[in-house]
Ligand binder design. Sequence first.
Ligand SMILES: Nc1ncnc2c1ncn2[C@@H]1O[C@H](COP(=O)(O)OP(=O)(O)OP(=O)(O)O)[C@@H](O)[C@H]1O
Length: 497
Amino acid sequence: MPLKPIVLVGEQKRVLFLQVTEPIQIKGVAGSGKTTVALYRAKHLLDTQSNLFQDSKVAIFTYNKTLVKYINSITPFISGGYRLDSEIIVPRKPIGMNVFVTSFHKWAFAFIKENGNNLYGRTIMGNNQISWIERSRLKFSASDASILKKSADFFSEEISWIKGKALITKEEYFDAKRVGRGTNDRVTRTDKETIWKIYLDYNAAIKASNFVDFDDYALLCLEIIDNTADMLKPFTHIIVDEAQDLSKAQISVISKIVSENTKSISIIADAAQRIYKSGFTWGEVGINVRGGRTVEFKTNYRNTIPIAKAAMSLLSNETETDEFTEIKPARRDGQKPIIGRFDDEEDQFSYLLLELNALKNNEQLYSTVILHRNHVGISKIIDFLDENNFDHQELQKTDDIDFENDSIKVCTLSSVKGLEFENVFLVDLNDNVIPYPPGFSDIDDEYHISTERRLLYTSMTRARERLYLLSFGNPSRYLSEIDTELVENIDSGDLIF
Ligand SMILES: Nc1ncnc2c1ncn2[C@@H]1O[C@H](COP(=O)(O)OP(=O)(O)OP(=O)(O)O)[C@@H](O)[C@H]1O
């Protein structure tokens, strides 16, 4: 069970006692205790940095709301404060702590509202946003620019990147380099001319209809902050979890809402788990976490050794690994991850049913999640669980979640980051599902293939005990990238009824 006080070791404990008057960074592999240590640091800051007159205001920011729910569920278990000279957790205050946990977007929405602009019902997203972008793309389709043949998803990603970088002028866009895009960044200057026109047109169109998109939130916050003289900083200390997936604009906002006296920002990041194509450097956002200000966690406490090894074997196919941390598995042995390659969907679900029933009969069903790459797949899984009378909860839609009961959790790969479960099933790992087809800007878009690989790696590392990678028809290319010796392979021929 993860919901327990643990004994922080070595570097983990050192983090609590790092300076509180400058930014720090915790880098670390999946399952190395980054989130856990963040909570202990929050607790420590509250205990040591508050005074008789005022409690420190500590906030934890993260990218998605499922992680907010998870953090809230484990926070009461961080029941004590650490002392420098002892391994024992000494409670100083009653269980639980007064930390504000939020996703960036939720906080930004409230902040923008407080400043007179209510965005309720005015945020375009998903397919609706894609349609707006498509309309702008079509306006330029008479031109013979070859870039216009690319999908609206491509332009959507580029627009998100422009906004995420807070680029204001065309010149800034022309000069900006895409970190991590590798050798495959084939967007030329002429292409950028066209993209910029579409960007301006899309922006003007949504603005004229009084809409914004999610990337506008950070830009609106920056506008408010930059135009408010002597703004009262709402937080004394900020901890940013999963920082690798926030944009430059979002991090800039966060750095401007922390007390000038403390400048206390604790950044938690793992480049190997970056799943959004946002990419920025700390230098760009004016945060210095070099030298002693960065602590690296190498030990993976979450996964069994076979799961950790299989996940690492997938990750070893990455080419740009400079920022990755070397991984040391700390946990015991366990069963090998299972890769299922079935003839058809029916066989895949028959196998899933067999395994879920086996877990139930062995009283091992608590803490089980079934993951899918896309939202349509989520509905299919929910139907399957309904038909077979399994209690279930959709993580993105449910507020009050018990992460450790028998009710099966269902979630997308992107929203499961930061969480952990005993049993993790990934279904439909087919090549027309992952890598996500609309995300390709070229047939051999290395950057997209790499981002989706990291997404799969992140999802695999959610499993504490058992991991199932299931596919049918044409299996995803990633399944064959995992060393076959490290997994148990099964197919339709192994199904016994
Ligand atoms: N020192 C420790 N001893 C025992 N267990 C630990 C220790 N540190 C962390 N853990 C456990 O390891 C698991 C992973 O911790 P946590 O979720 O904080 O990792 P993380 O680095 O944030 O992971 P990720 O980046 O993959 O989301 C948790 O179950 C936590 O309780």
